[in-house]
Design a protein around this ligand. Structure first.
Ligand code: GN1
Ligand code: MG
Length: 357
């Protein structure tokens, strides 16, 4: 790993990289400064089986972070290096390093004294809603076609259902027969869940630049629970605002875990829903009426999409997501499906909260 670090334009002395357990896609390490007061770094091996266009991915991140940095500077913000990620280029000025073995690595400056959380209070959820609303607003004037889809069709449910159908046809792991109940639950919602894509084709639902992975642990907080910086920018790309709203609720407004084995733990936390929505609507001033009215639908869509994705990986024999035990993807599937059912039960309540706010 010394050799990898030596490729990057790191100007101060650093210690041994320490592995960090975050995310289920890339491998991450903290590289601490040797001397107090100097910069530490965040080193990642990019999963290039998933992100097949590393050049495009890194260009996206550079464009988005530069755009936000300029906005923060224009607003006279202080402490900007804590509010937006900064890529460290290689000594040759590239945004990543490819090893002779074909692995891809990148380095960010580490944001110090920042905490990532799995559960929020209503107060911190409201501030988080503001932060994601602001993030979308800051990017609203960045032309789409400047960014690539770092994973093509990433949040396109029609594509995800097609992948599921391929997995069902192949049934490589022989797991289909035992999952008839899950298949039936997915099937009966297909048409409704493809509505957003249809509205887009009809020109009724716009696309904006989105984060596309707004899980609660992708935002860093300070010790007082105030959001500092939005991280994990791998999937920043054009998409529906429903994605970012829904994915946040999927992870934060769930009283259980994403992979909860006890389905009875899983309910919609309407207090978190309301608090986040209040903050979000305050900042996301660019939203059209149709986007606002579809926000509860976006919650269901993202839980449905994650059900389909985890289930597809289960059928494919666990080739995409890292798993911690053999049944992990099946457990994740059932937990996401239950969340969807719980969201359906409170959909009217979600709608009236939005109407009130
Ligand atoms: C993956 O690795 P992580 O936790 O950032 C996935 C998301 C899923 C999430 C489910 C590139 O994100 O789309 O919602 O797992 N990222 C990718 O936990 O597929
Ligand atoms: Mg991610």
């Amino acid at each position: 790993m010394k050799n990898i670090l030596s490729q990057f334009a790191i100007l101060n002395e650093v210690g041994e990289p320490k592995p960090l357990k975050i995310g289920i896609i890339n491998d991450s390490f903290i590289v601490p400064a040797k001397h107090a007061g100097e910069k530490s770094y965040f080193l990642q091996r990019i999963n290039h089986h998933i992100f097949q266009n590393v050049e495009g991915l890194q260009q996206n991140i550079q464009k988005v972070t530069t755009h936000i940095r300029h906005k923060l500077e224009a607003m006279g913000e202080t402490d900007i290096e804590r509010k937006v990620l900064e890529l460290v280029p290689t000594k040759e000025g590239k945004l990543y390093y490819k090893t002779p073995e074909g692995d891809y690595w990148r380095v960010y400056v580490l944001i110090e004294n920042a905490i990532s959380q799995e559960k929020l209070t209503p107060a911190s959820a409201e501030l988080t809603g503001e932060a994601f609303g602001r993030f979308q607003c800051q990017l609203a004037d960045l032309p789409f076609d400047e960014l690539c889809e770092s994973i093509p069709n990433f949040h396109n449910i029609e594509f995800r259902l097609w992948q599921l159908d391929e997995a069902l046809k192949a049934d490589v792991a022989g797991r289909k027969a035992a999952c008839a109940d899950i298949i039936a639950e997915i099937d009966k919602r297909r048409e409704d869940m493809c509505m957003a894509e249809r509205l887009f084709r009809e020109g009724k639902l716009p696309k904006h630049i989105n984060h596309c992975d707004t899980k609660v642990n992708n935002i860093l907080f300070d010790e007082e629970g105030k959001p500092i910086c939005i991280v994990d920018l791998d999937t920043v790309m054009p998409g529906f605002v429903l994605s970012d709203f829904g994915d946040f609720m999927r992870s934060a407004a769930n009283t259980g875990q994403e992979d909860d084995k006890d389905l009875d733990n899983i309910h919609v936390d309407l207090e978190i829903f309301e608090a986040y929505t209040r903050g979000y609507l305050r900042e996301a001033t660019f939203l059209t009426d149709i986007e606002k009215s579809l926000l509860p639908y976006g919650c269901k869509l993202l839980s449905y999409m994650q059900t389909v994705r985890f289930f597809t990986d289960w059928l494919n024999g666990d080739t995409y997501y890292k798993i911690q035990y053999p049944e992990h993807n099946l457990v994740r599937t059932r937990a996401q499906l239950r969340l969807l059912e719980e969201q359906e039960k409170v959909e009217e309540q979600m709608k009236s909260i939005i109407a009130r706010l």
